[in-house]
Design a protein around this ligand. Structure first.
Ligand code: SF4
Length: 301
């Protein structure tokens, strides 16, 4: 193990290297669970060869290698390896990585969340402090880097599938967690339990919106009418080039998930930041049109 990089996991093993990789320093081994993180972070290096990822082109520039090593760090199963390990320390330090202004992607995804993405909103104490949205895998380097950004004052959990090492982070940062009662929040020892189906204004910038469907207690977080943290409710489809939902992993009720999606038409946002699936940025009007298209599509599923 290097740099505390994959606490609880081994590094990718060269003897388990997939034959679909091109020759070179970077490779994916057969432990890949096909979570898509590497393909989203470093599409110039990783591809889906059918059920798993592999390296289809070794990075040819410093930036491409850095992105590929960020994917190595983010991988939930330590399935990506680098024979040389050159640049891995720098990639570890890249997380949380800025998406826009004060909103960051945490990297360090967890296998227990099937590689779900988590995010950090960095705000001054006067605005309520930092929010961790869903939980990454616990890693000392990441915790230290979050501390340097001001720590975590509140952890928001969208639903029970993407909570990863929430208890460890909550203890480390001494922060309360927010989660819906219908996803078993009480049994998890959650400090602030949301209830019902009405929106909850957490503070001047944050609104929690119940979106039952994927799970009974799923909820999404709207930040400044700009970013919607969507858990497993809503994501961008790179194949259909519009917003989508996942019927094949709808664990509670598709009918309710459609109703929850319709409810989101009342809100405006320009970023969709999901746990699974691709994130997307577009002007509010365009995003709203994609959401309308998504609702229509869901009715036909
Ligand atoms: S990030 Fe890791 S587990 Fe996910 S698709 Fe890539 S290699 Fe596979």
């Amino acid at each position: 193990m290097e740099d505390g990089l994959h606490a609880g996991f081994d590094m990718a093993r060269v003897e388990r290297r997939l034959p679909q990789n091109v020759e070179g320093d970077l490779f994916v081994d057969d432990s890949c669970i096909d979570c898509d993180a590497c393909r989203q972070i470093a599409p110039l290096t990783f591809r889906d060869h059918g059920g798993q990822s592999s390296v289809y082109r070794q990075p040819e520039t410093t930036d491409a290698r850095h992105r590929a090593l960020m994917a190595l760090v983010a991988c939930p199963t330590a399935s990506i390896g680098s024979r040389s390990r050159d640049g891995v320390r720098t990639a570890v330090r890249a997380f949380p990585t800025k998406l826009y202004d004060n909103v960051y992607f945490c990297g360090f995804t967890a296998e227990s969340s099937f590689g779900a993405w988590s995010y950090l909103i960095v705000r001054p104490a006067s605005a309520g402090g930092n929010i961790l949205v869903d939980s990454p895998r616990f890693s000392r380097p990441l915790a230290t880097q979050i501390e340097e950004l001001g720590g975590v004052q509140l952890m928001y959990l969208s639903h029970k599938d993407d909570i990863a090492d929430h208890a460890t982070y909550a203890a480390h940062f001494n922060c309360p967690r927010v989660m819906h009662e219908a996803d078993g929040a009480a049994a998890l020892g959650i400090e602030q339990i949301t209830t019902g189906r009405d929106e909850l204004r957490i503070d001047g910038d944050l609104v929690s919106i119940p979106t039952p469907g994927h799970t009974r207690g799923h909820q999404v977080l709207l930040y400044q009418d700009r970013a919607l943290f969507t858990g497993d409710h809503l994501a961008w489809s790179p194949y259909r080039q519009t917003l989508t939902a996942f019927r094949d992993v709808c664990w509670f009720s598709w009918t309710e998930q459609v109703e929850s999606m319709e409810k989101l038409l009342e809100y405006r946002f320009e970023w969709v930041l999901p746990g699974h699936g691709r994130l997307h940025h577009a002007p509010r009007k365009e995003m709203h049109e994609h959401l309308e298209r998504c609702v229509d599509w869901m009715h036909r599923r």
